[in-house]
Design a binder for this molecule. Sequence first.
Ligand SMILES: C[S@@+](CC[C@H](N)C(=O)[O-])C[C@H]1O[C@@H](n2cnc3c(N)ncnc32)[C@H](O)[C@@H]1O
Length: 294
Amino acid sequence: MSANNGHDERSHRSLMYSESGPDLTSDFWIYRHFRAMAEIYHSLLMHAELLPGDRVLDVGCGSGTHFGWIAAVIGPQGRIVGLDPDADNVQLAQDRVAAAPWGRQVELRQGELAALPFEDASFDAVWCAGSLQYLPDPVGAIREMVRVVRPGGRVAAQDVEMHSMILGPMPDDLLIALKDCLPRGPVEAGTDRHQYVDWFIGHKLRGLFHAAGLREVRGHLRQREYVHPFTDDERGFLEVAIPYLCTASPGIGNLSAERRRQLAELADPSSDEWILNRPDFLFVEGRALAVGVR
Ligand SMILES: C[S@@+](CC[C@H](N)C(=O)[O-])C[C@H]1O[C@@H](n2cnc3c(N)ncnc32)[C@H](O)[C@@H]1O
C-alpha cells in the first residue's frame, strides 16, 4: 500500500471513514492513529479473556491488526478466523498473515457481521474491535457473535467512546457544542461509505452485551491523552483529526456562524489560533471494552 493510500483528494469527512486496516509500515494518518493507540488497544485485548488453545473469531478484522496479539495469547495450538466485509481489507489481512510466523494459524473470510457465515458454537471466543460503531443494530450483531461461540465461551468487543473527548484550549461551551456534532447515528447519504456511525457506543457496550443475552459482563474504559511534545505518529494523526473534528463533523452545519468561525480558526494551520501550536493543547479520546460469557 502506498504511503498516502490514494486518498489525497478526499475530504476530511471521507478520510475519517476510509478503509481501516492499518498497515503498520504506512504513514497514512489512520495508521499513525493505530500506532498512537496501540498500547491501549493491546491492553484492552489483554482483558478479553482469551486462553491458550482458543479458536478465536476476529469479526471486522480489518487488515488483521490484532492477529499478532491474539496469536501471542492463544499460542501455537490456537486458531484465528478473521472476517471482514471489505475485500481490500481481507487482502491486506492476507498479506499480513502471509508474512507472519503465526500465519498458518489464521484463516480469512469475507462476510457480514450481521449474518456470520459460521455454524453455531464454532468458536471458543469472539473478538470485535472498532466495528460495532458502524452497525445500526449492534445487539443483533452481538447475538450473532453469541450464536457462533460455544456455551461458556467469551465474546469481547472494543470500540470508540467520545464522551471522553476533550479538545482544548477552547471555551467549555464551544467544546460541548463540538461534542454534540460528532457522529451518533445514520450518516447523510452520499457522504460516506458507511450508513451509520456511533462514536458514543463504547459506554453502551455492556448494556448491549446484556441485551444480547451474555452473562458475567464486565467492562473497561481507557483514555488516551495527546499533549506536547508530540511523537511523529501523534502529530500525523492530530493534523488530520483536529481539522476534521472542528470543520467536518456531521453536526457542524447546525452550529451558529460564530461558533463555526471559532472552530475553523482553531483548526486552521495557517492561523495564529491553530490549536496544535498552543503549549496547553490537549486532546483526549476514549476506548471501551466489554467482555461477556455465553
Ligand atoms: C475501524 S475498523 C477496525 C478494524 C480492526 N478490527 C482494528 O481494530 O484495527 C472497522 C472494520 O469493521 C468492518 N466492518 C464495517 N461494517 C461491517 C460489517 N457490517 N460486518 C463486518 N465488518 C464490518 C470494516 O470493514 C472495517 O474493517
